[in-house]
Design a protein around this ligand. Structure first.
Ligand code: NAP
Length: 315
């Protein structure tokens, strides 16, 4: 089976690269497929201070560059291609891309999830420069600053409670006049002196030159626009966007079981409902989506893929 990989990993964020590292180190013929460039969400993260050992040059791009170098040192192939179709039921799995077809004895899905964006002008340019989608990642950078949390669901309110440990003041900006979050979480926020609310409002624009300096809100009832400017001494404030996530699993709809939100359920060994298909990282149903949990998933998935191949392909 010359052109059949032992493992094809779809996705090259921390979960995919770690799966590649473990598979390559186990001397399995391994391919890591990446859609655009390696890295996933963390290449837009300015500083990663919560990944163990990430002390010197702790930026997202630098961590990914080191992961890529390590993966390549074990002979793992990396190909840039967009997969449009998959056949996963058979013993040999087939992945059909724009540039070619890839066959594998096992597949590890590590396609990640993307935060839903506001779609406001300035948002993309200032991501990692005041605009964030992750309180666990970036909250500590706003020690004693003001921050605004956008959204009214469980994530927005829970993460605002977390941010209130660092920030001088947290203002939740919600597009309606009542929160969607569970009542128990709401109560905690209403009882927190540091948390304030702006109702019926959406972000119309994020302003700043290299760093967030202001934000224009539009009241959805009155149409009135208000510009919030950074405190002069602070020079900036945080905008944390929590309006939901989108798992990148569209390709696998109808091919492997997904939950109602599109995430992939697995067991503790990262196995999906299809034999020989594993999932790792943010695309999976899990409670904490972080680099450290993604890399752990990747390691487990690759180790399990090796066991699966041993059991099912040894002559
Ligand atoms: P979510 O429940 O879908 O809430 C998204 C929030 O963002 C909603 O308040 C929504 O407003 C708002 N929103 C959506 N699009 C927007 C836009 N374009 N502009 C402004 N606001 C927008 O997402 P989530 O809070 O991330 O939670 C996802 C799931 O995880 C939920 O099922 C949640 O229960 C669960 N979760 C549970 C916990 C927990 O149990 N501890 C913690 C976190 C998450 P509307 O309300 O007007 O629709």
């Amino acid at each position: 089976m010359e052109n059949v990989y032992d493992v094809v990993v779809v996705g090259s964020g921390p979960a995919g690269l770690t799966a590649g590292l473990y598979a390559g180190r186990a001397r399995m013929k391994t391919l890591v497929l990446e859609k655009e460039k390696a890295g996933g969400q963390i290449v837009t993260t300015e500083e990663i201070e919560n990944y163990p050992g990430s002390v010197k040059d702790p930026t997202g791009p630098s961590l990914i560059a080191r992961m890529v170098e390590q993966v390549e040192s074990f002979g793992v192939e990396r190909v840039t291609d967009t997969i449009n179709d998959v056949e996963l039921e058979g013993k040999i799995k087939v992945l059909k891309g724009e540039n070619g077809e890839y066959k594998a004895k096992s597949v590890i899905v590590a396609t990640g999830a993307k935060p839903r964006l506001l779609g406001a002008p300035g948002e993309k340019e200032l991501t990692g420069k005041g605009v964030s989608y992750c309180a666990t990642c970036d909250g500590a950078f706003f020690e004693d600053f003001e921050v605004y949390s956008i959204g009214g669901g469980d994530t927005a309110v829970e993460e605002s409670l977390f941010l209130s440990k660092f920030a001088r003041k947290v203002t939740i900006v919600h597009r309606r006049d009542e929160l969607r979050a569970a009542k128990s979480i709401q109560e905690k926020a209403f009882n927190n002196d540091k948390i304030d609310f702006i109702w019926n409002s959406e972000v119309k624009e994020v302003k700043g030159d290299g760093i967030v300096e202001g934000m224009v809100l539009r009241n959805r009832e009155t149409g009135e626009e208000t510009e919030i400017k950074a405190d002069e001494e602070d020079g900036t404030f945080g905008i944390f966007v929590f309006i939901g996530y989108i798992p990148q699993t569209e390709l696998f709809k109808g091919k492997i079981t997904l939950d109602e939100r599109g995430y992939i359920p697995t067991d503790d060994n990262m196995k999906t409902n299809i034999d020989g298909v594993f999932a790792a990282g943010d695309c999976r149903v899990k409670s904490l989506r972080q680099v450290v949990t993604a890399t752990a998933d990747g390691a487990i998935a690759a180790t399990q893929a090796e066991k699966y191949i041993e059991h099912n392909f040894s002559e």
